[in-house]
Design a protein around this ligand. Sequence first.
Ligand SMILES: Nc1ncnc2c1ncn2[C@@H]1O[C@H](COP(=O)(O)OP(=O)(O)OP(=O)(O)O)[C@@H](O)[C@H]1O
Length: 401
Amino acid sequence: MNKWKEILIRYGELSTKGRNRHSFTGRLRDNLRYAFTDLESVKIITERDRMFLQTENESTMAEMIKRLPSIFGIQSFSPVASCPVNLDEMKELAHQIISELDTMDRTFKVTVKRSNKNFELDTNETQYAIGSHVLRNNPNLNVKMKNPDINLRIEIRSDAVYMMAEIIPGAGGMPIGSNGKSLLMLSGGIDSPVAGYQLLKRGVRLDAIHFYSPPYTSEQSLEKVKDLAEQLSRFGASVKLHVIPFTAIQEEIQRQIPTNVSMTTTRRMMLKIADKVREETKALAIITGESLGQVASQTLESLTAINEVTSTPILRPLISHDKLEIIEMAKEIKTYDISIRPFDDCCTIFSPSSPKTKPKLEKVMFYESFTGFDEMVDQAIANREVHVFPKKKEDPFKDLF
Ligand SMILES: Nc1ncnc2c1ncn2[C@@H]1O[C@H](COP(=O)(O)OP(=O)(O)OP(=O)(O)O)[C@@H](O)[C@H]1O
C-alpha cells in the first residue's frame, strides 16, 4: 500500500518577498507542473507559506521526491504519510517510516499534535506509545528531546493521521522566470554554463547564444554546446540556443585587425551580435562566464573596451571566483564532464599568441572602421540556427543529483 499521501514544500526565501509573493508562488507552481509534465495525477495545492503536492500513484511520488532537490525556489520539503485514526495502524506507519531512514547512532523523538480531541490517548500518552514502539524495533536509536536527528511529527486530525520525519533540503534560490530573462553567452568551456546556472538559481530564465566557426571548429564542438544547453534545461525551464555562424567575421578580423588586438575585436563583435539577439528575444541582460584576470580578454581594461559596444547590463556572476571554485561548481551541476571534452572553440583556434592585456579602445575602433562589420553582423544573425532544449522529453532529470 502507498503510505505517502503528499509532499509538503517550504518556500524559504519566497515567503519573505511581501507583495511579490503571489507571482512567485504562481511561478513555482508553473515550474513544478513543467518539471512533472510526464508524471501522472499530480495535484498542487498552494497555501500562503507552503505548498502541497498530492498523488495516489506510488511511482509518481518517488519520482517527485527524486526531482524536487533541483527545482529552484524550494527551501526544503518533507514527504508526508497518512493512515486512519487507529493506534495500531499509527504504530505500524511510524515504524515503516523510521525503518526507511538511516538510524545508526542517531537520536530521535516523537512530537504529537492532536486536533482530534476524541482520540483515545492524550498527547503525551500518544508520544510515549509510538516512541516506545519505534524504539523497540530500532535499537540503534537513542531518545533526545532537544534537537534530535530525527523528529517524527504526528498530527492527529479527525479524518486521518499525518506523519513526517524527514526535512530534505531544496535547491534554494528563486523559481526560474520570477526575475525575467537574460541571454547567456555559452562557449564550450567550463565557466559559462556555471554562470548560467547561477542566474537560473536567482530566478532568471535563459536563452543562450553560441558562436561557431566551421570548418575551423568541428561538429563535435557544437554538439558539446548543445549538450551543455540540454544540461542547463534540466534545472526546470527550457533553454533556447541561438547558434551563430562566425567564420566570415573571424576571417575578416584576421585580415583587417592587427593580431595583438584581434581578440578584443572578436569579443566586441560577439557582444554586438549577442545584444541584437537579446533585444529581439526580449531578454533584459547578457550573461558571460568571465572571471577577472583569467586570460588577456578578462582584464578590466579589456572588459571596458569590449563593453563599449553596448549599454545593456552584462552580468558576470563568476567575476571574483577562482578557477578551482568554478570547477567545483561545474562538477556539482554536471556540466564539467561535458565541458572538458577536447574540442576547440572558435576563440581558441583564432587566439593570437600575445594578445594585448590593456587594449586601447580608440585604436581598436580605428582598425574596425575600415571594414563593414555591421553588415556581417546582420548576416550572421540572419543565418543562425535555433535549437530548443530539453530535446529528450522522456526523463529530463535523469542523472541530475
Ligand atoms: N564561442 C563562444 N560562444 C559564446 N560565448 C562565448 C564564446 N567564447 C567565449 N564566450 C563568452 O565569453 C566568456 C569568456 O570567454 P573565454 O574564452 O575568455 O573563456 P573562459 O573564461 O575560459 O570561459 P568559458 O570557460 O566559459 O569558455 C565566456 O565565459 C562566454 O560567456
